[in-house]
Design a protein around this ligand. Structure first.
Ligand code: SF4
Length: 396
């Protein structure tokens, strides 16, 4: 039987850099975008060139051994590409890999880079899931974040996407914004949920170094880390309230939480991201894209000039030890509300979870941060609030 493979394709271009963003993304000319697509298509057609010749890596991504269950065009802003460019990329994937007819094919899209014609073309080329970066329903907040669109722009694109036949849409929202209150977050969330997207991702703002936001709010981040009261950002108590509101409000609107920050209507979980958390093999193409093939983890170069000249070159290649794989299984698996299956763990590593993690498991269960249910170890409500701490206990 063929093994499952996921494909991630990174499109690093954005119309403009948002003020809080530290992703690998930047504006670029039409000429650079075209050259990038040329390099990407070449890589996809000859994937071995960007896969290290190590362990089972190349074999795991081979057409004969694997079937592609999900494709994710992420960024950056993939929706900035022209229809013809998107088509070339997807055609190359279909020619080079065995793509399942029912594959989930997601494209990240930002309002202001879409129109009815492009959305129609995307649907026709087989893209069947749209992940829209809304972030906030407030135009004031969108402006403060440095986004290029208004809420109205988003609404127009959302309705156009529905008309084009997209019946699987995610909306990204951000909490813990400067000046945001628990009340305004609730109102925004309710407004977004009323549109009935199939999926909502709700992340809190992170103040990252080397961003304009760090200059503006870095001091606040420090205050928060020291447990003191920030000037612009919501304080710890307010952030906790926002988490609780997200859970409550989205449950009432018919979404179930299946991962720490992700909520879906029944059966509309993002299959691609589920694969990451379950450590399914995935192969990343494009600038800075990461891959996991068997026990081999690596990422492509982050240097645009080198990428345009020679295509992908695997960097930071790591062959994971059995201990690394066990630790990843735990801390990625615990992100999912279902948790980690004790049976699958034992089947994969030929040793029980209990035996490997007797001490941390005992402590976390005792402290009420984890629970054991129907053969799964999962976070409790209390554990979710301190999930980073809990996950860190499983690093061997
Ligand atoms: S659109 Fe997304 S990737 Fe692009 S700059 Fe803004 S936050 Fe970053």
């Amino acid at each position: 039987m063929k093994r499952e493979l996921e494909i991630y394709i990174h499109i690093p271009f954005c119309a403009k850099k948002c003020d809080y963003c530290d992703f690998l993304s930047f504006p670029a000319s039409e000429e650079i975008r075209e050259r990038y697509v040329d390099a990407l298509v070449k890589d996809i057609r000859r994937p071995d060139g960007c896969i290290p010749d190590l362990g089972e890596a190349r074999e795991a991504a081979g057409r004969e051994k694997s079937v592609v269950r999900t494709i994710f065009l992420g960024g950056g802003t993939p929706s900035l590409l022209r229809e013809r460019q998107m088509e070339r990329i997807l055609d190359a994937v279909r020619q080079a890999f065995d793509v399942d007819e029912e594959a989930e094919i997601t494209m990240e899209a930002n309002p202001g880079t879409l129109d009815a014609g492009k959305l129609q073309a995307c649907r026709e080329m087989g893209i069947n899931r749209l992940s829209m970066g809304l972030q906030s329903v407030s135009d004031g907040e969108l402006k403060m974040l440095g986004r290029i669109h208004t809420y109205r722009d988003f609404l127009e694109n959302y309705e156009e996407a529905r008309r084009a036949g997209f019946d699987n849409i995610n909306i990204d929202l951000m909490s813990a914004l400067p000046g945001q209150t628990a009340k305004s977050w609730r109102e925004g969330l309710e407004q977004a949920a009323a549109l009935e997207p199939e999926h909502i991702s709700a992340y809190s703002l992170m103040i990252e170094e080397h961003t304009p936001f760090y200059k503006r709010y870095g001091q606040d981040r420090l205050l928060l880390e020291r447990g003191e009261t920030p000037q612009y950002l919501p304080d710890e108590e307010e952030e906790r309230q926002m988490y609780a509101i997200t859970r409550e409000c989205l449950a009432q609107a018919g979404y179930h939480r299946y991962e720490i920050s992700n909520y879906a209507k029944e059966g509309r979980e993002c299959r691609h991201n589920e694969g990451y958390w379950k450590r399914t093999n995935y192969l990343g193409f494009g600038l800075g894209a990461s891959s996991l093939l068997g026990s081999c983890r690596f990422r492509q170069t982050e240097k645009l000039k080198a990428y345009l000249q020679t295509g992908g070159q695997p960097e930071e290649v790591t062959i994971l030890s059995r201990e690394d794989e066990m630790a990843e299984t735990m801390f990625l698996g615990l992100r999912r509300m279902e948790g980690v299956s004790e049976g699958e763990f034992a089947g994969r590593f030929c040793v029980s979870m209990e035996e490997v993690y007797r001490e941390p498991l005992g402590e976390m269960l005792q402290a009420g941060l984890l629970k054991k249910e129907n053969g799964y170890i999962r976070l409790t409500g209390k554990g979710i609030d301190v999930s980073n701490y809990v996950m860190a206990q499983f690093l061997l």
